[in-house]
Write a protein that binds this ligand. Structure first.
Ligand code: ATP
Length: 507
C-alpha cells in the first residue's frame, strides 16, 4: 500500500496533477502547486461541494471573506492562546519533532510487530491457519495490543491535560530516539503556535501584527449579522465558504495530506439553542452521503466520534477515509454551541443576536460546522481512483495499464477527440466535433501516436470517454466511443454524443 502511494505521488507529477512548489529551487516543504489537470479536478471538487451545499439547500448561502482579518479575532477564537502543537528538539541532530507524532510513530511499531507475527504464523501453519483465533489468543500478539492501548491512552491523557512534562516522560520511558541521530538527547517539550503572522502597514504608521487565517470559519462568524440581515435569513440557515487557510505544520508528511498552505470548504449552520444535536445528526448523514455518492464503496469510509471534546463543542465526529496509509480524517463535523458568536460579542463589544419571530425572543444561535479540506478530498479521490491493471491486448498477449478511475463528473478532461489518422479530412471532422461539444464538456484533441498509446495516455489522465473518428465517419456521421473503465467500444451517431455525455457525466 505504501508502495502504491509512492507510485501515486510520482503519477501526479508525471501527468500534470501536482508539483512540488518551487521545485527548481529544490522545493518548499509541505507546499504544492496544482498542474493543468490538477487545477481542473480541484475546481470540479469545489463545484461539487458548492452545488450540493448552496444550490441544493435553499437556506444555505455563500460568502468569500478576506484572508486577513482583525488580529483580535484570533484572540477571541482562542487561536492565539491555544492553537498549538507540542514540539521537542533533538540536541544532536538539531531536528524538531512534534512530540505526539514521535509517540504515534512508536505506537505504530506495535502494529508492525503484530502484523509480522501474524504473517510468520501464516507461513508456518499454511492452509490450516485461523487468523482470527491467532489474533485473539497468541500471548505475544495480546501483549503487543495491550502495550499499544496503554500507550495510546497515556498519550491521549497527556495531550488532553496539556501536560508537556508527561509528554516528554513518555518519550523517555519508551526509549524513543531521534530518527536522524539515533540518540535520545532531547530538549523540553514546548508549545508552538501554528499560525503564520506578518505585519500590516509600514512601521512609520505603526505596523501591527496580523495572522494568515488558519481556518475559514472565523470569517463566517464575524459576518453572521451582515449575512443574516442583508439576506433576511431565518434560523436555521447556513453560510458556506471555500478559501485558503495556512498552518505552520511542523510534521509535514504524506504529500498533500498535511500542507502549510491549503484550501478549506466550510459551512457554519446556525440553529436554535437546544436543536443542535438533531442538526448535528442530520449533517453527519448528509455529509457521509455526499462522500459515498462518488461510488468508491462504503467500506472506504467510517465515522470517528470524538470522546474527548474541545471545550466549546458538545458533539464532534470525523469522517475518515481509508488512504493507502490507513484510515485518516478528511472532514470534521462539530457542534460548536454558541462559543464563537459569544466570544466575538464579548471581544468586539457588539451585540450578536438573532430575533426569532416564531419564538418572539432573541438569542445567540448555536452552530453546527462541517469542515473539509479540498486538498485532502483531492488525495482521497486520487487514492481511490488510481488503479494498476493487467489487460489482454487484441492479439491475446498480456499488457498492463495505469488508469485513474475518476468519477466522470469530476474528471479534468471529459472527452478526448481522436482522428484515426492525420489525413484524409479526419482532423477536420474531429475539429467539427470539438466545436460541437467543447462549450459543455472539457475536451482534448489528440492526434499524436498510435490509437493504443493515445488510449493509455487518456487512461492515465483519467479521461472517461475517447471518441475516434475514422474514414467511415465521413460517410455515416458516426464515431466510436471508448469507455475508460471497461475499455468497451460502441458506435454512436455524432448527433447523439451530447446527450450521451450529459447523462454519463452527471453525479
Ligand atoms: P488534523 O488532525 O489532521 O491536523 P484537524 O483536526 O486539525 O486535522 P480541522 O482543524 O478540523 O483539522 O480542519 C478541518 C479540515 O481541514 C480537515 O478535516 C482537513 O481536511 C483539512 N486540513 C486541516 N489541516 C490541514 C493541512 N495542514 N493540510 C491539508 N488539509 C488540512
Amino acid at each position: 500500500q505504501e508502495d502504491i502511494f509512492k507510485k501515486l505521488v510520482a503519477h501526479c507529477k508525471e501527468y500534470g496533477y501536482v508539483f512540488q512548489s518551487s521545485e527548481i529551487y529544490d522545493g518548499l516543504a509541505a507546499v504544492y502547486d496544482y498542474g493543468q489537470y490538477g487545477v481542473e479536478l480541484k475546481n470540479n471538487i469545489k463545484k461539487y461541494w458548492w452545488d450540493s451545499m448552496v444550490l441544493l439547500h435553499e437556506n444555505v448561502v455563500g460568502l468569500d471573506s478576506a484572508i486577513f482579518m482583525h488580529p483580535t479575532i484570533w484572540k477571541a477564537s482562542g487561536h492565539v492562546d491555544a492553537f498549538n502543537d507540542p514540539l521537542i528538539d533533538n540536541k544532536d541532530s538539531k531536528k524538531r519533532y512534534r512530540a505526539d507524532v514521535l509517540i504515534e510513530d512508536h505506537i505504530a511499531k506495535y502494529d508492525d510487530k503484530i502484523e509480522k507475527d501474524v504473517a510468520k504464523a501464516k507461513k508456518r501453519f499454511g492452509e490450516k491457519f485461523d487468523e482470527t483465533l491467532y489474533r485473539q489468543t497468541n500471548p505475544q500478539v495480546l501483549e503487543n495490543i495491550r502495550k499499544k492501548e496503554e500507550l495510546t491512552a497515556r498519550m491521549a491523557k497527556a495531550l488532553n491535560d496539556n501536560d508537556l512534562v508527561e509528554l516528554r516522560q513518555i518519550i523517555v520511558d519508551n526509549k524513543i530516539v531521534c530518527p536522524i541521530s539515533g540518540t535520545s538527547n532531547w530538549t523540553e517539550v514546548r508549545q508552538f503556535n501554528l499560525m503564520f503572522s506578518t505585519e500590516m502597514g509600514s512601521t512609520a504608521e505603526g505596523a501591527s501584527k496580523i495572522y494568515l487565517r488558519p481556518e475559514t470559519a472565523q470569517g463566517i462568524f464575524v459576518n453572521f449579522l451582515n449575512v443574516q440581515k442583508s439576506g433576511r435569513m431565518k434560523v436555521p440557515f447556513g453560510i458556506a465558504q471555500i478559501g485558503k487557510a495556512f498552518r505552520n505544520e511542523i510534521v509535514a508528511r504524506q504529500f498533500i495530506f498535511r500542507m502549510r498552505e491549503f484550501e478549506q470548504m466550510e459551512m457554519q449552520f446556525f440553529v436554535r439553542p437546544g436543536s443542535e444535536l438533531d442538526w448535528f445528526k442530520k449533517w453527519k448523514e448528509t455529509r457521509m452521503s455526499w462522500h459515498q455518492a462518488l461510488g468508491f464503496g462504503p467500506e472506504k469510509y467510517r465515522f470517528h466520534d470524538h470522546e474527548k471534546l474541545a471545550h466549546y463543542a458538545n458533539a464532534a465526529t470525523d469522517i475518515e477515509f481509508r488512504f493507502p496509509f490507513g484510515f485518516k480524517e478528511v472532514e470534521g463535523i462539530h457542534s460548536r454551541t454558541d462559543f464563537d458568536l459569544k466570544r466575538h460579542q464579548e471581544f468586539s463589544g457588539k451585540k450578536i443576536q438573532y430575533f426569532d419571530p416564531e419564538l418572539n425572543e432573541s438569542y445567540v444561535p448555536y452552530v453546527i460546522e462541517t469542515s473539509i479540506g479540498v486538498d485532502r478530498m483531492f488525495l482521497q479521490i486520487l487514492s481511490a481512483a488510481y488503479t494498476e491493471e493487467e489487460i489482454e491486448k487484441e492479439d491475446g498477449s498480456k499488457d498492463s495499464r495505469v488508469v485513474l478511475k475518476l468519477p466522470p463528473a469530476l474528471a479534468p478532461i471529459k472527452l478526448a477527440v481522436m482522428p484515426l489518422v492525420k489525413k484524409d479530412g479526419l482532423p477536420e471532422k474531429a475539429e467539427e466535433i470539438m466545436k460541437l461539444l467543447r462549450l459543455d464538456f472539457r475536451c482534448q484533441y489528440d492526434e499524436k501516436d498510435s490509437i493504443g498509446k493515445r488510449y493509455r495516455r487518456q487512461d492515465a489522465i483519467g479521461t472517461p470517454f475517447c471518441i475516434t473518428i475514422d474514414h467511415q465517419t465521413l460517410e455515416d456521421n458516426a464515431v466510436t466511443i471508448r469507455y475508460r473503465d471497461t475499455m468497451e467500444q460502441e458506435r454512436v451517431a455524432i448527433d447523439q454524443l451530447h446527450d450521451i455525455l450529459r447523462k454519463k457525466t452527471d453525479l
